[in-house]
Design a binder for this molecule. Sequence first.
Ligand code: WT7
Length: 627
Amino acid sequence: MAYDAANLSEKSALDAFWLEEAKRLTWMEAPTVASDVSFERDDFRIKWFEDGVLNASVQCLDRHLAERGDKTAFIFEGNDPSACERISYRLAHEEVCRMANVLKSRGVGKGDRVVLYMPMVPEAAYAMLACARIGAVHSVVFGGFSPDALASRIEDCGATAIITADEGRRGAKAIPLKANVDLALERLAQPPKLVLTIEVTGAQVPLTPGRDILWSEERDEVAPTCDPEPMAAEDPLFILYTSGSTGKPKGVVHTTGGYMVYASFTHEKVFALQTDDVFWCTADVGWITGHSYIVYGPMANGATQVLFEGVPSWPDAGRMWEVVAKHRVSILYTAPTAIRAAMREGDEFVTEHDRSSLRLLGSVGEPINPEAWRWYHDVVGEGRCPIVDTWWQTETGGILISPSAKSSDNKPGAATTPLPGVLPALVDNEGKPLDGAVDGNLVLTTSWPGQARGVWGDEQRFFDTYFSTYPGTYFTGDGARRDEDGDYWITGRVDDVLNVSGHRMGTAEIESALVAHASVAEAAVVGYPHDIKGQGVHCYVTLKQGIEASDALATELRGHVRNEIGPVATPDRVQLSPGLPKTRSGKIMRRILRKIAEGQPDQLGDTSTLSEPLVVESLLKGAEKFA
Ligand code: WT7
């Protein structure tokens, strides 16, 4: 066992454990109850610390002021290596209060939704905490999403205000964030009435009078203090959109009390946090990792963190390691895709920088292949640093399965053991529990405080997606193997969700972007193994009658998906084909498409139910050029 946990399989023991952990927060009214949970259809509910009252921003700011107000909260490392700034908890508190006051002065209040579309600058964290301070619900949209994707999220959550930046900087590129917001708002029937723009690059951006305000002009007009709004533990803290196997992205809802307890708890335990650690999580605040392990967890724990605006490849491939050396990072938390990309550049870029400050390495977002694990361990960590391969999801709020930070003989690629109070199980496709060393579908049999509470505006979809497949349990969508020691190895999604460079994407989303193109009749999207990205996106497209297939059209379709969803979804391959393999009842046989994309034509399996067997021949031929 990686963690010293009492026998936490009984509800009473679990409740006592979590009620004790709740004391890590500063409550306005301390909770007297832990959980009130049922995963059953008839009386479905998930509630934690229900009678507790608190404010998330107080955990991250106010309670540090008396004893460590001058401690550095953020070491901001700009895109430009010469731009660096240290921000104390005291300064962060002041900035958050000012931003909260600006929002308040424009009528934003408790329960209102605010969409954030921000680069990786301290103001992104301030904006999240400013919303939390006044009880507004933030929804951060990753700055790499397109105006269309942004518009649909604004519309879905009914946001009344937007916080953005003039531009973002990523290496040599500038990202036109404010211009994208303008485009998104043009598409909406009821656009938000307030856009607060932070000046990051100072680029001239058009302002719409009566709607657009500038941070530099508002900041000094308001007070540097702001009373925190008392929030019930189950009041929503944020919405974060994520992809599933069907339909549009879902707005996953996290609430205040349980999420904060869990973010703080996991950040402290998984990373064995010490007061003088310099923690660097390389995720973007647009993803759950940035929410839980840049903003809410580390800040609740009063940690000092590196906040990095740029990209690991700029000005050169040594940037990550340069930052580690410059700020004496002790804990580095990054994604396998970044590790694989760095590995390809050669050891020199790593070894030329001092890594003696590192004591622990973390991995998150996708399965890490043993080769990348070993390189991370041996080259980056000089063989000294344990690796915590942390498994979790947007819906879990925080890490559920992770090796111990103290163990030196972790298994390359194993997420290993559940955290205390987390009860995973493996079930077969009929839902039968599986014992011992075995492969199966990964479920959780009980709740934990950081669990998502819903899908914004669609309770039924929440239940159907996660609690109906294997009744009485939360189904993760992942497959896993348990080995002889009882350790868990995540094998990847068992549904139609892709994980491209650690970014989660629904095949259905990419398919609907493709069929929105005038030339496309039908599309099917699958993943295939990709050396750097983990998975690549392979699109099979059939064209409308009379449209000629060409390389130019394939390229156009790639650009089309990029525009519709964003650069992260850009297809690696577009294969124009005369047909798709279907059963006689018309169902697309994705298994066959996957095998073709994976380059395993000899493993197509049973093809006897195909309505037109010849389609497979032409698909195989068409796929040759990608081999
Ligand atoms: C999916 C969740 C966890 C925050 C970032 C991604 C995959 C995540 C691991 C890991 C193997 C992993 C799973 C999961 N995943 N961590 N350590 N090993 N797979 O959050 O976008 O909600 O994606 O990422 O497939 O279901 P997300």
